[in-house]
Design a protein around this ligand. Sequence first.
Ligand SMILES: C[S@@+](CC[C@H](N)C(=O)[O-])C[C@H]1O[C@@H](n2cnc3c(N)ncnc32)[C@H](O)[C@@H]1O
Length: 208
Amino acid sequence: MKAFRKLLQRTPFYGVYKALGHYPDYWYWKLRGEPIRSPHLLKQRTVRDYAQRYGLRVLVETGTYYGEMVAAMKNRFAEIHSVEFDSQLARRAAKKFSRWPHIHILEGDSQKVVPELLKSLHQPALFWLDAGYYGWAGLQGDKQRLTSELESILGHSTQKHVILMDDARGLNGQNGAPTVPQLKQRIEAEFPGRNVEVKYDILRITPR
Ligand SMILES: C[S@@+](CC[C@H](N)C(=O)[O-])C[C@H]1O[C@@H](n2cnc3c(N)ncnc32)[C@H](O)[C@@H]1O
């Protein structure tokens, strides 16, 4: 099974294969009593719900991976920017989404790409931060990566951005990571006018 999966990963059908598993995954998660790691379908619903609730037409994602979120959201947003560090994955996604001109796959480190992207962003956006922040260590083992991304978004001139960050269980006070109450206190003190909460392993920062 592992070998088959590895083989499939190299083909353009891997995205379809993963998408087929979304519903079984969701029901399996429900059956197990909703453990902390939430299924992709729930993440998709959360992104969609917040976009609708706040009237957002631009999606910025960190961590493209196999483009599952981009594929699920491609008809929901007028503009999608997705940042991927791994050049093979970035090239693959760029090819996959090349016929949708409103989808932009940006290769690079989200820590550098997000602040650059913000310079040309003149309307509120939904940020789906999903570049493997669990444990707060990225590919470069940089524990400050998430802080710098959050700060650049929160400090942007457009104050109506909505931020959703996956893997909030990493905010556990260990290995240099703050706890949720610590992060909440810091954000609310430094960037007033924001609500911070965690539900289903997703940190949600919204304008008041
Ligand atoms: C959990 S996966 C993303 C899943 C995807 N967002 C989705 O919903 O389908 C994490 C991805 O983040 C990428 N990544 C890790 N560090 C990164 C960084 N500093 N900048 C951009 N992408 C990064 C990894 O290569 C991996 O593809």
